[in-house]
Write a protein that binds this ligand. Sequence first.
Ligand SMILES: [Zn+2]
Length: 133
Amino acid sequence: MDLEKPDLYRLADDDRRLTLRAGRCAACDALIFPLSPYGCTACGAEPSALTEEPMPGRAQLLTFITIHQRLAPGITPPCVVGEARLANGEIHEIMLAGTGDLYTDDMQLEAVATEITRGDTPLIACRFAPVEA
Ligand SMILES: [Zn+2]
């Protein structure tokens, strides 16, 4: 099955978790996500200064809301959207798996492979879920 956004993540060895495709900057040592075709988003170094580096899909949930309108094709409401601090410290908007009652602020999350369909095509999307004990 193909990934929905192969430029952002890869399937981890366990076939369940996702590893994020980040880039390490040779000039300032920042780990940036996503890998940018325009170079380092921290110091402005040229794209050639970036080396792809896998980043664990761990995140800390900061806040979240449940959205009941249709946002985009392939996303069936209600869906839960949050802001989370990723492993490199950056804050990103993320999509959460399941329903809002699974979540509390400050919870630890991990990126997991989630099957969606776009048209008739099944794809692996990136959703964040509570870390399994
Ligand atoms: Zn840099």
